[in-house]
Ligand binder design. Sequence first.
Ligand code: FES
Length: 233
Amino acid sequence: MVPVTLRVRRQVAGEGRWQVYKVEAASEKATVLDLLLKVKEEQDPTLALRYSCRMAICGSCGMVINGRPMLACQTKLSDLGTTDISVEPMWNYPVVKDLVTDMGEFFDKHRRVKPYMLRREEEIFEGGDEFRQRPEDVERYLDFAYCIFCGLCYSACPRVAENPEFLGPQALGQAARWIFDSRDRGAQERMRIADGEDGLWSCHYIGSCSEVCPRGVEPAFAIQLLKMRAMRP
Ligand code: FES
């Protein structure tokens, strides 16, 4: 067993405080989510957190672990190299309770870039054929399509912290995902949104969004590609 000290930033009804829990991990392979659930089961059922898949797919368990936005279910004790662990709710989001953040604005911004295929209805429903793509067409957007909507990129972005109106790395990354999809016909419409006020030029290419992405999506790179597209004569 590995003794661990967990400092958890708790917030209830707007009041924030740190709470320390001592917990025994089964091994160094235990994840931060395992430890939080152990605390919840054995010591404090009032601790609030969000999770679902426990395998880095659903994107629910984003939090700030030892000062870095990460997925709790993907972060093992051995990754952290310490048994002193601090856990905070994701930065740049309102806190609902303890480690649970309000993702409403994040998803509103995502919806703003129209994250779905835009084609005329008759092409979709009366075309009668698939929209075929060559492997090289898929390559142009595939990496950006791995987003799991965890919100870590948005949490890590200092520009979102400075300007909450900024569309942010996730929404812009997903704008790129569809703009570079050869089946889509909405690039102009999406570029108007991405290139608007509080859009892609608010990004200073700090790159922390790409660093923390658990799926290697690289929103910072996507935004640079959109800037190049916007500069085309
Ligand atoms: S619980 Fe689904 S990503 Fe962590």
